[in-house]
Design a protein around this ligand. Structure first.
Ligand SMILES: Cc1ncc(C[n+]2csc(CCOP(=O)(O)OP(=O)(O)O)c2C)c(N)n1
Ligand SMILES: [Mg+2]
Length: 343
């Protein structure tokens, strides 16, 4: 397993000191976004939100290792990876407020967040096969949860990727839970990484609470993807918060005594302590980074606040070329309900 924190100095890793500090900056920005999103949801600003608290190191490490031209194919919990890839926070807030994704019109190679579990995996493999076919040197990285590995789409995607040598890195964020179902009840496999064996390629585990370890592991996997074909990464992380704002985890878990402390602790605090030990971070820089993150989040929220609310009927756009009759009826009903509210 790739590990760096407490076992290696930054100088012994592939990171420069600036890069190591950048990882921290991105983790803090992600944490500020997550905290604000939760607060906004509680105020009724948006209807629901799936917090990623605990998974910052994995997602930021992933984004750091990717080339600008590589595709990210994310899930609903991948906001930190998207932000670290450069997607404006305002796009992510606007999406949660009901707007179509990517209002800014950015040209970062990122798919929309998939909510139906594992459906993004065949899409990622299709992108990878197209890239291989066209010889365009692009690799694909897709994120998904431990629960997603029980879906048919996961197995079909892994199978196609193995057969066609698709340049895809499958990065499973094993956060220990699929809503209220613990990992042990999800699969009888000893590890999720081990599932790759059945499809003829390599699976590796990484300490998902360590952004340097994740970045190194993903960089290796992307190199393999370019050279020969797919890799499965199992990033051992933890969901510190609720599944979504509609969930109450105290109903099904109090603590996880089975899991080691490094896995259930706060990755932002842990990385901050490491950088301080390394002499790369002091109080002044921490304050500056936090204030900067706070100001970025403020600006994103202000930007979305200034946008007109989306039309309710927009939810029917972009699915069918010609809307079926039943959906036409539903759209009319939604639109006339909207009209009567405005009158
Ligand atoms: C096809 C499908 N089935 C069921 C659901 C309901 N659902 C939403 S999240 C979730 C659990 C997913 O767990 P995991 O893959 O571990 O991801 P995590 O939420 O932990 O990030 C389920 C079953 C869904 N969104 N899509
Ligand atoms: Mg999970």
């Amino acid at each position: 397993m790739h590990r760096a924190i407490a076992e290696r100095d930054v100088a012994e890793t592939a990171m420069t000191e600036d890069e190591a500090l950048d990882l921290y900056r991105e983790m803090v920005r992600a944490r500020e976004f997550d905290n604000r999103a939760l607060a906004l949801q509680r105020r009724g600003w948006m209807s629901g939100y799936p917090p990623f608290r605990g998974q910052e190191a994995t997602q930021v490490g992933v984004a750091h290792a990717m080339e600008q031209s590589d595709w990210l194919v994310p899930t609903y919990r991948s906001n930190a990876a998207q932000i670290a890839r450069g997607v404006p926070m305002s796009d992510l807030f606007a999406f949660r407020k009901g707007h179509a994704e990517f209002q800014s019109g950015h040209d970062i190679p990122v798919f929309p967040q998939a909510v139906p579990i594992a459906t993004q995996l065949p899409h990622a493999v299709g992108l990878g096969m197209a890239s291989r076919h066209r010889d365009d040197e692009t690799a694909i990285l897709t994120l998904f949860g431990d629960g997603a590995t029980s879906e048919g789409d996961f197995h079909e995607a892994m199978n196609f990727a193995g057969v066609f040598d698709a340049p895809v890195v499958f990065c499973c964020e094993n956060n220990g839970w699929a809503i209220s179902l613990p990992r042990e009840r999800q699969t009888a496999s000893e590890t999720i990484a081990g599932k790759a064996t059945a499809y003829g390629f390599e699976g590796v585990q990484v300490d998902g609470m360590d952004p340097i370890a994740v970045a190194e592991c993903v960089a290796d996997a992307l190199a393999t993807a370019h050279e020969s074909g797919p890799v499965l990464i199992e990033s051992l992380t933890y969901r510190l918060g609720a599944h979504t704002t509609s969930d109450d985890p105290s109903r099904y878990r109090e603590e996880d005594p089975e899991l080691p402390e490094w896995r259930t602790g706060d990755p932002v605090e842990r990385y901050e302590a490491y950088l301080r030990e390394q002499g790369l971070l002091d109080d002044e820089t921490v304050t500056e980074i936090r204030e900067d993150a706070d100001a970025t989040v403020d600006a994103a929220v202000e930007h979305v606040d200034a946008m007109a609310d989306p039309e309710p009927g927009e939810v029917f756009d972009h699915v069918y070329e010609r809307l079926p009759a039943e959906l036409q009826r539903q759209r009319s009903a939604v639109q006339s309900a909207g009209d009567s509210t405005q009158n």
